[in-house]
Design a protein around this ligand. Structure first.
Ligand SMILES: CC(C)(COP(=O)(O)OP(=O)(O)OC[C@H]1O[C@@H](n2cnc3c(N)ncnc32)[C@H](O)[C@@H]1OP(=O)(O)O)[C@@H](O)C(=O)NCCC(=O)NCCS
Length: 381
């Protein structure tokens, strides 16, 4: 392969195919998303998060025994070193949970029993461990910052139910457990999105799993990526508290050339298939919890933005009202995204290392012409 630069990439690498992958299939024109070829709608209807993790990490659906074993391994890893709990306790109260999560995940490497190993088996173990630990960190930090005791995990519960138990201090209803489970399935992977790309770039230097996942969390935080779900709910709250009509509010945003959070997508030019499920969940949970107003405001916004801007709701739009009705605080929405996406990030790191090459693109230089003479301090204006 020649090392010479071949062509200039489009801004934001739009449309650039940067790797091969066997994990996630997307057809942005048809609105198709599939993990290992299995359609997301089938997974949302029939699978659970643990099974989806198995599919992402091992490339096939588990049989009953394999699923049971993975459940047991995830349960075994529901533990955090006392130093991590101390780190959560010592975090300044004003910082964002997403920042606490990023720093805590980085610190997890200090206490990882396989810290020194970057081989495939160790990375699968780390994927399982990080999936359990990230959920625990998000739940434990929320308890700590509210002055509540950290809740002990319950080995009999699923990943989704255990997370809700550790977050809220009581057993979730079957409806809440299933709703979160579906949300976790829907958020688990999404091909070469910004955070997954960040994870793969870090992994490709032969750094380590914790560094890759820390990079990914940093990328997920931004409002153009995972942070959009928080921006959506802030918008809904502002509309509700101001008494503004949702359409007038959105018209005002667009007049100021602001982007409406939760709309648009780099890859989908039709309905985001994840939004299809989240819309229904938002409506049903809203109705059953007596908080239907968030769905109603959301629906008005969606109809207007669809018609006026020809933009579709993305995964973040209805996940905002869904998470709110599950009792999750707004600044935990993006950390909850990470609770799910760690499964996809880790699968991509393992895949990257299976056939690795350093990811090191070029930049088109558009700065001052070379040679630009060095001017001594006394000669500068
Ligand atoms: C997702 C997103 C970052 C994709 O960005 P992108 O592929 O770089 O697309 P662009 O930002 O270039 O948008 C293309 C056009 O659509 C418009 N557009 C895109 N998303 C929009 C939104 N949410 N609200 C209003 N207009 C939007 C842009 O203003 C631009 O219009 P122009 O060509 O007249 O300038 C972008 O749609 C966005 O910022 N959405 C809001 C944040 C969000 O929900 N992120 C979560 C993604 S899952």
């Amino acid at each position: 392969m020649p090392s010479a630069t071949r062509k200039t990439a489009p801004k934001g690498l739009e449309g650039v195919v940067a790797t091969t992958s066997q994990i996630c299939y997307i057809d942005g024109e048809q609105g198709v998303l599939a993990y290992r070829g299995i359609d997301i709608h089938e997974l949302a209807d029939h699978s659970n998060f643990e099974e989806t993790c198995y599919l992402l990490w091992f490339g096939k659906l588990p049989n009953r025994r394999e699923l049971g074993e993975l459940h047991d391994r995830l349960v075994e890893e529901r533990k955090l070193d006392a130093a991590i709990i101390a780190l959560l306790r010592n975090a300044p109260r004003h910082v964002l949970p997403m920042d606490v999560l990023r720093t805590a995940v980085s610190a997890l490497s200090f206490y990882d029993p396989q810290e020194k190993s970057n081989d495939r088996e160790a990375n699968i173990d780390k994927a399982i461990r990080l999936t359990s630990q990230i959920a625990m960190i998000v739940a434990a930090y929320d308890r700590i910052r509210k002055g509540h005791p950290v809740v002990e995990p319950d080995p009999s519960l699923s990943h989704a139910a255990n997370f809700l138990l550790m977050l809220n201090g009581n057993q979730p209803s079957a409806t809440a457990e299933r709703a979160l489970d579906i949300a976790l399935i829907l958020h688990a992977d999404h091909e070469l999105n910004a955070s997954t790309f960040a994870a793969r770039v870090t992994a490709a230097t032969l750094s380590d799993m914790h560094s890759a996942i820390t990079s990914a969390i940093g990328a997920l935080k931004g409002p153009l990526h995972g942070g959009a779900n928080e921006a959506v709910f802030h918008m809904l709250e502002l509309i509700d508290s101001s008494g503004a009509h949702p359409i007038d509010y959105i018209k005002g945003m667009l007049a100021e050339k602001k982007k409406v959070p939760g709309f648009g997508h780099r890859v989908y030019h039709t309905e985001d298939p994840r939004a299809t499920h989240l819309r229904v969940m938002s409506r049903d949970l809203g109705n059953s919890s007596g908080q239907g107003k968030w769905f109603e405001i959301s629906r008005k916004i969606e109809e207007f933005v669809n018609a006026d801007k020809k933009l579709n709701a993305n995964v973040d739009f209805y996940s905002a009202s869904t998470y709110h009705t599950l009792g999750i605080d707004v600044d935990l929405f993006t950390p909850v995204f990470a609770v799910s996406r760690v499964s996809g990030w880790t699968a991509h790191v393992i895949e990257q290392l299976d056939d690795n090459r350093l990811i090191r693109p070029r930049a088109e230089y558009v700065g001052p012409e070379h040679p630009n003479p060095y001017i001594g301090m006394d000669q500068r204006s």
